[in-house]
Structure formats: C-alpha cells, structure tokens
Design a protein around this ligand. Structure first.
Ligand code: HPA
Length: 256
C-alpha cells in the first residue's frame, strides 16, 4: 500500500530520483504510475497528461487515474495545476493554494456514481482537504517555499484559452485563477474518500488582464521555475509532517 500520491500537471512529468513504473488496470482503463522512494517514504507519481504531455485536458481519463490511486491504497493526493491569473494580487510566478472551485466544464465523465449503487451525492462544500491546505501553508513556512495565498479556481473545458468577456465574467463571480483540469479530478477523489490538496502555479495573466497575449514561452519558463519549488513543498509535506489529524474527506457521501 502507498498512502501518498503526487499528480503532476503541465510541466511536471517526473520526480527526481529512481522510480518503479507500474501499469494499474482499472475498470475505466489502464494507468501508468511511478512509485518512488522519497526520503524513506513511498510516494506514487502520476503525470496527469501522460509522459511528455500527450493527453489534452478534456481527454484525460480522470476516473481511471483516481481509481488507480485508490486501488494502490492512496489516502492523500497533492496535485499541481498550471493556471492563468484573474487576480492582480497573484502575478505570474505566484503559488496559490486551491480553496474552492467553480465548474465550467462541459463534457467530462465526472462521477463514479452513475446510478448502479442508487443515487449518491458527494458533499463538496469544502472541495479541498482542509488539513492538507493547512499542511501546505505550514510546510511553506518550514521550507521557505513561498505560497502567495488561497484562491478560487475556475475550471474550463479547454483546450482553448478564454475570451476577454469570459475572463470579465469569471472575475465578476469571484474567480482567482483559471485552469482546465482540476474538475473532475478533485470531485472523484472526494467520491472515493481520498484527501486532495492542490497548488496552482500562476503561469500567465488571463486574456484581457493585460495588453499582452498569452505566451507559451512564458508559461514554459514559469513552470520550469515553479516546478522545483512546488515539488520541494510536496515532498516535505509527505515526508516531514504529521498528517494524521482527522478531516471529513472520507465521510462526505450522502446516499438517498
Ligand atoms: N486559462 C486556462 N487554463 C490555463 C491558463 C489560462 O489562462 N493558463 C494555464 N492554464
């Protein structure tokens, strides 16, 4: 059993050090994961977009990914998310803990509960594990990896970037950042009772926030810098902190 997992988003396709590659068969498809020993603790690494970023956000097999982690015995996930900023307090280069999400995805399989087990609702009032959010913030003080704050993540379907009007709207409803992958990933983790925490790496201003168009070069160069910081924080949380304090993530399923 491996209790801790890291899901790497854009720009994070591997962890430092040797790993054992495993293919996990699930009822939703096969998933390739990498089991690594980090300072004496086993951690599963799952690159969300596949090795080398071959799978676009709307084609990721989110259910297979989360099911595979559940089958491995995972209890906690820390995930990275490349995001555009809607908030002038979070310029490119900032690291922001995801605290809430607003879902604008359109066509993704987003639940494990399709009716076979009756009608099931997951409570997502607090979608991200409150204990993992606290651990990320405490870990940031202990490691010196700067976290700039918390925020609300707007999830869009992608793969296109947004129009200026969409960005004006997302700002007006309280969004702080926009990305394409955190929903349904965090929802599915909650459905199987896995604690899930995520940090957004702000890679660009969203369209219309400045006069500049979104630059892929800028996104890549910010990811290169943010990657090392974020992984250092994640490894510290999993190897250097006591994570046994109770939360409600595994108790939020309501069956009707
Ligand atoms: N919009 C949506 N997703 C993103 C962005 C963006 O501006 N930047 C990185 N992921």
């Amino acid at each position: 059993m491996v209790e801790n997992a890291i899901i790497g988003g854009t720009g994070i396709y591997s962890l430092e050090g040797g790993s054992v590659e495993e293919t996990i068969k699930t009822s939703y498809g096969e998933v390739r994961v990498y089991i690594q020993n980090m300072k004496g603790h086993p951690v599963v690494f799952l690159p969300r977009h596949g090795a080398g970023h071959s799978v676009p956000p709307h084609r990721i097999n989110y259910r297979a990914n989360i099911k595979a982690l559940k089958q491995l015995g995972v209890k906690r996930i820390l995930a990275s998310a490349a995001v555009g900023s809607l908030n002038y307090n979070y310029p490119p280069g900032s690291l922001v803990v995801l605290e809430q999400f607003i879902d604008f995805t359109k066509s993704r399989p987003y639940t494990f509960y399709d009716g076979e087990e009756g009608v099931v609702h997951a409570d997502l009032a607090d979608p991200y594990c409150v204990r993992l959010m606290e651990a990320l913030e405490k870990g940031s003080q202990q490691t010196g990896v700067n976290i700039d704050g918390r925020g609300t993540y707007v999830c869009v379907e992608g793969p296109r970037f947004e129009t200026r009007a969409e960005i004006r709207f997302f700002r007006s409803i309280g969004g702080d950042m926009v990305g394409m992958t955190n929903v349904p990933e965090v929802v599915l983790a909650r459905e199987v009772g896995i604690c899930y925490g995520a940090v957004g790496i702000i890679t660009n201003w969203c369209n219309g926030m400045t006069d500049q168009p979104i630059s892929h070069g800028e996104i890549r160069s910010i990811m290169r810098k943010g990657r090392e910081q974020l992984l250092r924080l994640f490894v510290h949380v999993f190897t250097g902190m006591d994570l046994d304090e109770k939360c409600r993530c595994s108790e939020s399923i309501v069956r009707l």
